[in-house]
Ligand binder design. Structure first.
Ligand code: GLN
Length: 288
């Protein structure tokens, strides 16, 4: 890069660089990283397109571009992501929240807007995205979030604080397979989970961004993809009150299998919701 590097020149050069490295949406990636470095909105870059970058900015931008070219997800590089109108911190110890998961949150809020004092359990909270969005948007709901990862709980706790969630939202470092720890929890009106659902054998087909950078234990169950759904439904015998509801996000091709698990356990009023690509993505059931 030249000594005097303006915003517009930096974006153009970086777009070309990322494209050559095979990165999709090279322009958007280049703009989003530079906007983060300059502490401005992406569109505001063009209000200062001939502003020169200083040495420090150039140095950080170069480093970020290399990381992105190497396949690291943009959100881990900038350190944050938007989810349901919230700004959340992310790092390599948590899954990057996806737009599909906003549908899960939206469905729960739509179904339960009128209910007061709901008790909700979020299994595998990761960055805390689901739990924080629910606590903020559902009046007087108590949300308990659990995750097997201590680092995830730390990140989620920080996100809750940054987004002014109240003390009605609590986090616990618990493994859903740990019977002893689970038995100490009270019973809930709602259980929600976007668990690791990619079958082990599909891991190798995932894009590098996921396979090499996102926490493997948040992506796959190391089995057939259904291990967590089966476990959560089983645990719901004690964790969920009668007529309580389970809301799951499921992987592609898993909805019918998850419905079967719910039916085997006498769940009723089952609903399936498709995502933006027409893939059955959200499964809901009610305990009989
Ligand atoms: N609850 C988080 C999310 O929905 C994390 C999910 C996970 O780690 N599997 O993004």
């Amino acid at each position: 890069m030249n000594d005097i590097l303006t915003v517009i020149k930096a974006v153009e050069l970086s777009e070309e660089y990322l494209r050559k490295k095979g990165i999709d949406e090279a322009r958007a990636n280049a703009e989003l990283m530079l906007a983060e470095i300059l502490h401005c909105k992406r569109l505001d870059l063009y209000l200062q397109f001939d502003r020169p970058l200083n040495e420090k900015e150039k140095q950080v931008y170069r480093e970020w571009l290399q990381r992105r070219a190497n396949g690291e997800p943009l959100q881990y590089i900038t350190g944050n992501v938007e989810f349901y109108g919230l700004k959340l911190k992310v790092n390599s110890s948590v899954l990057i929240p996806r737009p599909e998961t906003e549908l899960l949150v939206e469905k729960i809020i739509k179904d339960n807007r009128e209910s007061k004092g709901l008790k909700i359990l979020d299994v595998g909270t990761g960055s805390g995205n689901i739990a924080i969005a629910l606590e903020i948007n559902l009046d007087s709901a108590d949300v308990t979030s659990i995750d097997i990862s201590k680092e995830a709980i730390e990140t989620a706790t920080e996100n809750a604080k940054n987004n002014s969630a109240t003390e009605r939202l609590t986090f616990e470092n618990i493994d859903i397979f740990d019977e002893g720890a689970i038995s100490k929890l009270n019973s809930f009106d709602i259980i929600v989970s976007n668990p690791p659902y990619v079958p082990e054998e599909e891991m190798e087909n995932l894009q590098k961004e996921i396979k090499d950078f996102e926490p493997v234990e948040a992506v796959t169950d190391g089995a057939d993809g259904l291990r967590f759904f089966t476990r959560i439904v089983e645990a719901s015998e004690n964790l969920l009150r009668q007529n309580g509801r389970i809301y799951f996000e499921v992987g592609e091709g898993e909805a019918e299998k998850v419905v079967a698990i719910l039916k085997e356990n006498n769940f009723l009023n089952i609903e399936i919701i498709n995502d933006y690509n027409g893939i059955p993505r959200i499964v809901k059931g009610e305990k009989s």
